[in-house]
Write a protein that binds this ligand. Structure first.
Ligand code: FES
Length: 160
């Protein structure tokens, strides 16, 4: 028994499901949102890594570099001077000297070598004497020198 009466609607034809497009667009939206979230999770850390943090230039003019007992004769100590390192040297003759600890060649951190009584840069064997003058290796100029005073048990370094 077929439905041959043109006046009656054909019951066998599939009715369009009105909820189908909504479900599809919702799934498309969900897929797009998760793709964007994944992309953001990848790109944001890369962006944060590539952009340097804001570093406030220190206006500190003076700092306690060490306690007297921390720096025996013929030794050195790296200290923090604002956002840069400094080196405090207690020379074999008992004098205190302080310099920027940033090598003037390619900015490695220098150190004091008690056996040679020199300030030494391990990166390319740069050498400085105890006046901060570059005396060997590739450094092109002397280290910046600071003033040193003692105040009680504190060794105080001041920018010149
Ligand atoms: S960075 Fe110090 S000698 Fe090259």
């Amino acid at each position: 028994m077929g439905n041959n009466d043109p006046r009656k609607p054909n019951q066998n034809l599939a009715q369009p499901n009105l909820s189908q497009p909504n479900r599809r667009s919702f799934l498309d939206y969900l897929l797009g949102a998760s793709a964007m979230a994944t992309l953001g999770a990848i790109v944001y850390p890369i962006f944060r890594f590539m952009s340097p943090p804001q570093v406030i230039e220190s206006t500190e003019n003076s700092v306690v570099a060490a306690k007297l007992s921390e720096v025996p004769v013929n030794s050195g100590k790296i200290f923090k001077f604002g956002n840069k390192p400094g080196i405090l040297v207690h020379t074999a003759s008992g004098e205190f000297k302080a310099f920027s600890a940033v090598c003037t060649h390619l900015e490695c951190i220098v150190q004091y070598r008690s056996e040679t009584k020199q300030i030494w840069c391990a990166c390319h064997n740069g050498q400085y004497n105890l006046n901060g003058k570059n005396v060997g290796g590739p450094p092109p100029r002397p280290l910046d020198e600071f003033k040193v005073n003692t105040r009680g048990d504190d060794v105080v370094v001041t920018r010149s």
